[in-house]
Design a protein around this ligand. Sequence first.
Ligand code: NAP
Ligand code: HSE
Length: 435
Amino acid sequence: MKKLRVGMLGLGTVGKSVAEILIQNQSWIAGRAGASIQIVRALVRQTRKRREGAASKIPTTTNAQDILDADDIDIVIEVMGGHEPAYGYITQALKRGKAVVTANKAVLAAHGLEIAKVVQQHHAAIYYEAAVAGGVPIIRTLRHSLISDRIQRIRGILNGTTNFILGLMEKGEGYDTALRQAQKEGYAEADPTLDISGADARDKLAILIQLAFGLDVHPSEIPTEGIGSLTPEVLADARQLGYRVKLLAIAKRVGNKLEARVQPAFVPFEHHLSAVLDIENAISVDSEALGTTLYVGPGAGGMPTASAVISDLIEAAQQQGVKNAMSLRSQRTALKLAKPEAAISAFYVRFLVEDRPGVLAAITRILASNNVSLAAVLQHERGLDDEPVALVILTHPTTHGAMSKALNKIKQLPILHGGLSVVPIEEQRVTKVES
Ligand code: NAP
Ligand code: HSE
């Protein structure tokens, strides 16, 4: 049987699970791959770090050239993360004719075009199923199963850590404790601000946009807001109104434009994305002929992600010698990115205001003058000693531009105490007006 030798860049949460699966399931993986696969060595930061299980059996090095220049390595698995040196290592490996399997969405989103050129020029091959939504097979689905259809919209929960944190916060857990737990479980990025700020979901959305719509979008072009400003009060209001708050990554065709954004949004309890809990990810794809399909499963964690890496590894083994395999660029499009202000949503807004006559009128006047119409108003009961009171407004759908203009004016009113919270609503429920 043919032998394929693997060099790993990284032996952390994902890397050690890859080693675990490969070593424990050698014979059936060999059967499926048509080759016996052996991990030759792994690049790490610290060779003296104590490693357990299968990872402890793998020779380690701190010199990347021991892998990139090695004649005894055919395939490189990059699971070290970060932009550099990972990007440089990926391109070096491709230039030396090694197939590359990577889980690195940050590098693919920022340098996809350059990597595609290297893949073409060097007749190389790159595989990246694990880079988006962990174990959920969305890359292959878009590349193969949905290649026959024209995709209209993608709505995804693409970050497990933030979904996990929001779930714990809904149950009353504090933000800091929830984040610590996500880190302990190995879900968060080495720098967890990438999860919290929405940057990780944005990078994944940029990759999906390229595959689904053929549009090359740099991640910096996608308006992105994370979960950092969501308070327990906002989550409680959402629940009371029949919604869950989810960090959504959205890309949608509107005429010859593509709307794209990453933002927390209210999602009705009865919507399929509302039922995606813990570290699960989900991608809801609307396509012309097929209609809506949903891809859901564990989006973070060592084993789910390793399962996607191994599927790539098996495909790489089966395609050994196939040129430009899984090349990043497959189509061209006349689509252009839409202006963020043109996007349309209904909104939830929470103000802390003085509890006196005329306050609501002052706010609604500004909303009306910007063509923002109200769907519901809810005022929380007043506290003691003339404390400011929370006023919650749900609007009918309006443009993000109109909403932001109105809110900038409202922020100047002296009746406002502290900041306000604003969250778009994805698919509005019929809400009864209360007071
Ligand atoms: P991790 O636990 O932090 O592991 C990183 C590994 O790479 C460690 O073994 C580390 O060495 C090594 N490493 C990092 N920088 C290095 C450098 N400059 N030189 C040499 N070695 C270096 O990361 P992870 O969670 O496994 O994530 C790896 C990649 O998979 C990232 O791109 C991440 O975005 C992606 N991913 C992760 C998940 C997940 O749930 N964790 C899911 C999907 C995709 P030491 O062991 O010596 O520290
Ligand atoms: N930190 C990422 C997440 C890992 O939480 O989704 C999977 O890409």
